[in-house]
Ligand binder design. Structure first.
Ligand code: ZN
Length: 222
């Protein structure tokens, strides 16, 4: 049976109250904490680094799902593993030799994920599919929290789901960007099982716990 997971993206939270934010999403049933790392180079914005992840690890009791939107990820993978990342996901645009990075991530005791920008064809990650623990489809261009979902990415999720099934892979298929109560069912239908969510969780008018609960209800109902 497919396991469906909610992974709120911590960069949409209030960093001044990070422990409270983490407690709220955890008690509402969040499964992972998604951590978007941007370097001002591969992605235009700058977010957080390993030091912050280390602090986050101290207040989190669910896995940290670290998404590296940075150039030369191989240089920083050890620092994020050391900071407490459970999953580390890298972009094919930053390193065409994904099997090498996957081996590096696994050698540090983490689960290895691969991802691709909306403009990159699904075939770009073919060599990584038999090796990855997780495949992430970006449904916005890496850059900022709060962007609108790109419906063209539904077909990409379907395409990758077919490939994973053909490989009999049990890798997670995760989607990131503009996921909310309207778009989540579309991605679930397409074959995704992990849903990153930023504003739909942390900017919910009744608080982040209510945001997570609303998304979990949608998973169960769709
Ligand atoms: Zn992300």
């Amino acid at each position: 049976m497919t396991q469906y997971l909610i992974a709120p993206s911590i960069i949409a939270s209030d960093f001044a109250h990070i422990a409270d934010e983490v407690a709220a999403i955890q008690s509402a049933g969040a499964d992972w904490i998604h951590v978007d790392i941007m370097d001002g180079h591969f992605a235009p914005d700058i977010t957080i680094g390993p030091l912050f992840v280390k602090s986050l690890k101290r207040v989190a009791n669910i896995p940290l799902d670290v998404h590296l939107m940075i150039s030369e990820p191989e240089k920083y993978i050890p620092a994020f593993a050391d900071a407490g990342a459970n999953n580390i996901t890298v972009h094919v645009e930053t390193c065409p030799d994904l099997p090498r990075l996957i081996a590096q991530i696994k050698s540090l005791g983490c689960k290895a994920g691969v991802t691709l920008n909306p403009a990159t064809p699904a075939s770009a990650i073919d060599s990584a599919l038999p090796l990855a623990d997780l495949v992430l489809v970006m449904s916005v261009v890496p850059g900022y929290s709060g962007q609108k979902f790109m419906p063209e990415m539904i077909a990409k999720v379907e395409e990758i789901r077919v490939k994973l099934n053909a490989l009999r892979s049990s890798a997670h298929l995760e989607v990131d960007g503009g996921i909310n109560v309207e778009t989540l069912p579309l991605m679930k239908q397409a074959g995704a099982n992990v849903f990153v969510t930023g504003n739909a969780a942390f900017k919910h008018p009744q608080g982040s716990g209510a945001g997570v609960r609303a998304l979990k209800e949608v998973i169960n109902a769709s």
